[in-house]
Design a protein around this ligand. Structure first.
Ligand SMILES: Nc1nc2c(ncn2[C@@H]2O[C@H](COP(=O)(O)OP(=O)(O)OP(=O)(O)O)[C@@H](O)[C@H]2O)c(=O)[nH]1
Ligand SMILES: [Mg+2]
Length: 323
């Protein structure tokens, strides 16, 4: 690693915020220095509790994250980091700015570090760069890392693969039944929050969720023992006036204790590492393959495919024969 990068990494390890921010940019841009820094830092990872906060747009995730950070800090957690993954920002930048403003009241706290990042857009892009950024924050000593993503279908699944604890945030009056039908979300939720409980219909949403959870998590015989022991609590909160926030913090801590005392922590770590390695491998093999075949040839075959002159399997066969 170049001397300059090594200095930056060591400064970040020593708690220098500017060095950390620069390091994260390198890692996010996936530069060779960024990769070398991650290699160097990797032995320091594995301690942080990664908490995913997901849910439909506008349910109040950022507001809640803001309150959760304060709650963790007042409980005595020394270092809390936030990664706000914002798919919409690549188009407008607006939502990102909103988050910055909302989180401004945390910026005076030296125990808090906030990182907003635009998702890469590419398949698996959210998780790959987010995994790396989380690893850096873990390595430099952040105890809890809250990762906010907007739940747009695939994102919940990705966040579930990324985090130790998944908090799904819903809000009343957003088509409860339809929302709850997104069973994939409920499958991956460790904690469910009905935020905006100051608005009418919160209790009804909570009941609808409860019914859905009972349907998707029936206590089946033969189910993994660890899974059967944790049933996702459904908590009401109002993040604009702090109501119910400490209960969520406590539930997150209780889930931490649960996964640490069972085999869940290792299982999730393994899943996370495997998923990340598979993504890296797929990316690399694809890139190598395209290099060998040539992008032009790839486009030609793609055109034959779209013109219905080749079927997908025939296209595959042709590329493989040439690669
Ligand atoms: N009434 C009420 N409004 C809330 C509450 N929490 C957040 N809001 C408002 O809901 C709007 C969206 O809040 P955000 O925290 O940005 O929601 P988000 O889920 O992060 O939004 P995206 O990141 O864009 O998906 C804002 O206008 C908040 O002020 C709440 O508990 N009650
Ligand atoms: Mg947000």
């Amino acid at each position: 690693m170049p001397r300059q990068s090594l200095d930056m990494v060591n400064e970040a390890l020593a708690g220098e915020r500017l060095a950390l921010a620069r390091l994260l940019t390198m890692v996010e841009n996936d530069t060779s220095e960024g990769r070398a820094a991650l290699d160097y830092l990797y032995p320091h990872t594995g301690k942080a509790h990664l908490v995913g906060i997901t849910g439909s747009p506008g349910t109040g995730k950022s507001s809640l994250v803001n309150q959760l950070v304060k709650s963790f800090r007042s409980m005595g957690v020394e270092k809390v980091a936030v990664i706000a993954v914002d798919p919409s920002s690549s188009f407008t930048g607006g939502a990102l700015l909103g988050d910055r403003v909302r989180m401004r009241d945390l910026s005076g706290d030296s125990g808090v570090f906030i990182r907003s990042m635009a998702s890469r857009g590419a398949l698996g892009g959210i998780s790959r760069t987010t995994v790396s950024v989380a690893q850096v924050l873990d390595a430099v000593g952040y105890d809890i890392i809250l990762i906010e993503t907007v739940g747009a279908g695939q994102a919940e699944v990705e966040i579930a693969r990324l985090a130790h604890t998944v908090v799904v945030v819903e809000a009343p009056g957003m088509g409860d039944e339809i929302q709850a039908m997104k069973a994939g979300i409920l499958e991956s939720a460790d904690i469910l929050v009905v935020n905006k409980c100051d608005l009418p219909g919160a209790e009804r949403t909570a009941r609808a969720l409860k019914a859905m959870v009972e349907m998707t998590h029936p206590a089946r015989p033969g189910q993994e023992a660890e899974k059967a022991l944790w049933s996702a609590p459904i908590l009401l909160a109002c993040s604009t006036d702090c109501q119910g926030v400490d209960e969520i913090t406590r539930a997150i801590c209780a889930h931490y204790v649960f996964i640490k005392s069972s085999r869940e922590w290792q299982r999730r770590d393994y899943e996370r590492m495997k998923n990340n390695l598979d993504l890296l491998l797929r990316d690399l093999l694809f890139q190598r393959f395209i290099q060998r075949v040539g992008n032009e040839r790839y486009q030609q075959v793609l055109e034959l495919l779209t013109d219905r002159k080749l079927s997908p399997f025939e296209a595959l066969e042709r590329l493989l024969n040439e690669g």
